[in-house]
Design a protein around this ligand. Structure first.
Ligand code: HEC
Length: 190
């Protein structure tokens, strides 16, 4: 009798589990397909965020964005020698991945825009994200955001568009990739 009772309880729990799990995945699916996320995906595409935040790799027709590392920034395993000395009007240089840039501003690395908790924008709030793009300040408050990140242009986007970009970035697969910190020009470091 007791065993019978347990069996019934067990089956009920299983049914409840599947019902709840079904609900959650349905909610996830609608979240992913929400008009805001779709708009964000469109904006990220046409505003060319992938150009610098997705590393280029060599394909059969030449360099192409490595979409398995979509928007994960400068590859952490790519250790770089010092940049070449600038000569004449050629004052900046970049890596073949188009993720690291050396110039009068020092060396900047395209950051990890995926929602990874420790290496991406996992801890960034919507407010902080928008503030960074509007003010050109790292994290919305500290040092200046360096070239070639086109924040002066993106900062002019509407509130709704910036929110959509943020919502989309939160919905993409998180990729663990620790991008090096920005390095100021040698002369500027004490
Ligand atoms: C031309 C190259 C380029 C493009 C295009 C680009 N970025 Fe960046 N981005 C960078 C670089 C380089 C950095 C690092 C700058 C630094 O360390 O100061 C950066 C930094 C950032 C940061 C960090 C800001 C902070 O507070 O430190 C965010 C957020 C960001 N990009 C979002 C975007 C989004 C969203 C798009 C598309 C709408 C985009 N980027 C397009 C190059 C680019």
């Amino acid at each position: 009798m007791k065993r019978e009772h347990m069996r019934i309880v067990g089956s009920v729990m299983l049914i409840v589990f599947f019902l709840v799990a079904g609900r959650i995945s349905a909610a996830e699916a609608t979240k992913k397909q929400s008009p805001q996320v779709a708009r964000g995906k469109y904006l990220v595409t046409i505003m060319a965020c992938n150009d610098c935040h997705t590393p280029l790799k060599m394909g059969p027709k030449g360099p192409e964005p490595g979409m398995t590392r979509m928007l994960s920034g400068h590859p952490q395993e790519m250790k770089l020698p010092p940049p070449p000395a600038p000569a004449g009007p050629w004052i900046w240089s970049g890596t073949g991945t188009l993720t690291a840039f050396a110039g009068p501003w020092g060396i900047s690395y395209a950051i990890n825009l995926t929602p990874d908790q420790n290496t991406g924008i996992g801890i960034w709030t919507e407010e902080l994200f928008i503030k960074a793009l509007r003010t050109g300040k790292h994290f919305g408050t500290s040092r200046d955001i360096q070239p070639p990140m086109p924040w002066p242009w993106y900062g002019k986007a509407s509130e709704a568009d910036l929110k959509a970009i943020y919502a989309y970035l939160r919905s993409i697969p998180p990729i663990k990739n620790l991008v090096p910190d920005y390095e100021p020009p040698k002369a500027a470091t004490p």
